[in-house]
Design a binder for this molecule. Structure first.
Ligand code: TXA
Ligand code: MG
Length: 337
């Protein structure tokens, strides 16, 4: 299959037509690129799973372009959903709600809930509007790889596999949306992402944090299926290190080989090659660069990465959550002497 790259607003009708015909198109969002298909067409949605090689038990997020489009997708709308939408939509927040019968089982993996998000990227919303359909879209990587934050990343994984990619530039946030479940008694964070726990709690008060976010817990207990797979992983073996600048540099410098995935402030202390995530005090920059650096490591044939863990608060929690998965949970505390 030939993959066509679109990048002009004038080409929106062609992209919309492909989606209406039940095809899969990669689209930009403010978080990462998504692999989109008509969320109301089970056969179209199955093509997403095939293109990604995604396990069928991992449900998809449905993307809408305005609040009203949520109503037919869900069985009820709790007050918490309205409050969160007022605060964070359009934006990098996904809400898990009781589904309606309009949503096919292929989207929900047979479950009784549906995840919905209203993205902030203007091209994402323009594409949804142009085809007049809600779009199911997981991240546009092959299952297990780092999520794509540019159209070029999408082509690395999907060239020849899907008919089209819409290039909307580099994604701003760089990590995926926050996923919060509103189906239980208390709101529950299933995946940290572009909207922070601190921001959510300002609106909702205290929320539950699913233990799978920070721990390698037993697989069957995971309430967000996507969290149970080894994920976001480059080809290299990754070890995640906790500790001061000095402790991190000392550890990395003692290794025979490997590359430091580090903060700008670390770089001077390190005498190995570095991949710089950004300034430690700028978690936005770190989140923005993370996946692109993991992909760069693959391009450069790097086989060993030592990553310096950011503070696990704000956007840093999302970065930590992706890094422990990239490291297949190999994390170590460094001595602080
Ligand atoms: O930022 C994002 O969320 C991107 C862009 C394209 O919107 N999408 C994305 O999709 O990251 P994906 O499929 O890579 O991750 C969706 C996550 C998975 O962990 C999945 O298990 C979870 O959301 N999820 C989807 N539907 C769910 C549901 N009904 N209940 C619980 N978790 C759900
Ligand atoms: Mg994904």
């Amino acid at each position: 299959m030939k993959t066509t790259l679109y990048n002009k607003i004038g080409q929106l009708p062609q992209v919309a037509e492909l989606l209406r015909q039940g095809q899969v198109v990669a689209i930009p969002t403010e978080t990462v690129y998504g692999l989109a298909a008509n969320a109301l067409d089970g056969q179209a949605v199955l093509k997403i799973f095939a293109a990604k090689n995604r396990p069928a038990d991992n449900p998809l997020i449905v993307h809408i372009s305005k609040w009203d489009e949520l109503i037919p997708l869900v069985a009820t709308i709790p007050d918490t959903a309205k409050a969160l939408a007022d605060a964070f939509w359009p934006g990098p927040l996904t809400m898990v709600l009781p589904r309606s019968s309009a949503v096919p089982d292929e989207v929900t993996a047979g479950g009784d809930t549906v995840a919905v998000r209203l993205p902030a990227h203007p091209m994402a919303r323009a594409i949804i509007e142009a085809c007049g359909l809600p779009l199911a879209a997981p991240s546009a990587n092959r299952s297990g790889s780092p999520s794509p934050t540019t159209a070029a990343h999408v082509l690395t994984d999907m060239d020849g596999i899907i008919p089209a990619v819409f290039d909307g530039g580099e994604c701003d946030v760089g990590v995926e949306s926050t996923v919060i479940s509103l189906t239980g008694e208390r709101p529950r964070l299933l995946r940290p992402g572009g909207i922070t726990v601190e921001q959510l709690e300002e609106v909702l008060g205290p929320i539950d944090i699913d233990p799978s976010i920070t721990a390698n817990i037993h697989l069957e207990q995971v309430s967000s299926p996507g969290m149970k797979y080894k994920h976001y992983a480059p080809q290299a073996k990754v070890t995640l290190l906790h500790g001061s600048r000095e402790a991190f540099a000392r550890f990395v410098n003692q290794q025979v080989d490997g590359v430091a995935l580090c903060f700008a402030e670390d770089a001077d202390l390190i005498n190995k090659p570095t991949l710089c995530m950004g300034r430690e005090d700028n978690p936005k920059e770190i989140a923005h660069n993370l996946f692109a650096l993991l992909r760069k490591a693959d391009e450069e044939g790097i086989t060993r990465i030592f990553a310096h863990c950011p503070k696990r608060e704000g956007l840093g929690l999302a970065v930590y959550n992706r890094l422990i998965r990239a490291a297949a949970f190999d994390e170590r505390e460094l001595e602080q002497q």
